[in-house]
Design a protein around this ligand. Structure first.
Ligand code: ADP
Ligand code: AMP
Length: 221
């Protein structure tokens, strides 16, 4: 891998497997996982002002406004652990976020190396979201059918409580996918125009998708 920090963006609908793949990629590539959804959930857990604001949008499956989202992620990216590079998961989700990210990286002589678009059709997305269970403590992701924890409700990794995210309930799922199609899908074209888009079929097993992602990433190394 090059000396310069590597910035990877994982693009895809809610439930496409971005979080699952990000955890594996950072392990293999020595990068840091930055998930805007996890940052918001941390703020909600700590009852910060940002958390209270974010919750009102997340509960409805809407996007949190750009201003606070960009500020939160930029602050995270400025921390020292991000120097060797980052896998961004769930950010950017709007054109304004993508442009802010490009500008912030350009200001330090960096750029997005790849935007990895993981495609999964809608029926599979709904099945994945309906069965998703998440560890409250370490954020490990399970699926009640495809990859359940060994003991019901208990995280294999840390022993924490495994719960169903409120925004994974059926009423919110559909809206989140619609919001994605309206506000985030245009980023596919944005990154294609920038010459950094790579499309990966997300319908295979976790391992198959991981191998395809690694192949693309190693191809630019
Ligand atoms: P995202 O971060 O894109 O919203 P997640 O990584 O949280 O998606 O995955 C959504 C759900 O789908 C989780 O329950 C996860 O265990 C499951 N999942 C992820 N990748 C796959 C896959 N390749 N095959 C089957 N289920 C998957
Ligand atoms: P996620 O964990 O990526 O599924 O995100 C959960 C929720 O957090 C989303 O439905 C949004 O309400 C909010 N969110 C996460 N990332 C962003 C972002 N980049 N822009 C706006 N809202 C976001």
């Amino acid at each position: 891998m090059s000396e310069k920090p590597m910035y990877l963006v994982l693009l895809g609908a809610p439930g496409a497997g971005k979080g699952t793949q990000a955890v594996l990629l950072v392990e293999k590539l020595g990068l840091v996982h930055v998930s805007s959804g996890d940052l918001f959930r941390e703020n909600i857990g700590n009852k910060t002002e940002l958390g209270v604001l974010a919750q009102s949008y997340m509960d409805r499956g809407e996007l949190v406004p750009d201003g606070v989202t960009i500020q939160m992620v930029m602050e995270r990216l400025s921390r020292p652990d991000c120097v060797s590079g980052v896998v961004l998961d769930g950010f950017p989700r709007t054109l304004a976020q993508a442009q802010s990210l490009d500008e912030a990286l350009a200001a330090r002589g960096d750029a997005i190396a790849l935007a990895l678009y993981v495609f999964v059709p809608q029926d599979a997305l709904l099945r994945r979201l309906s069965g998703r269970w998440t560890c409250r403590q370490c954020k490990a992701v399970y699926h009640q059918e495809y990859s359940p924890p060994r003991h019901v409700g208990v995280c294999d990794v840390c022993g924490g409580e495994v719960y169903q995210r409120p925004d994974d309930m059926p009423e919110t799922q559909k809206n989140r996918i619609e919001v994605y199609m309206r506000q985030t899908e245009p980023l596919i074209e944005y990154y294609r125009q920038a010459g950094v888009l790579a499309e990966v079929d997300g319908r295979g097993s976790v391992e198959e998708v991981q191998n395809m992602l690694l192949q693309v990433i190693r191809g630019i190394g």
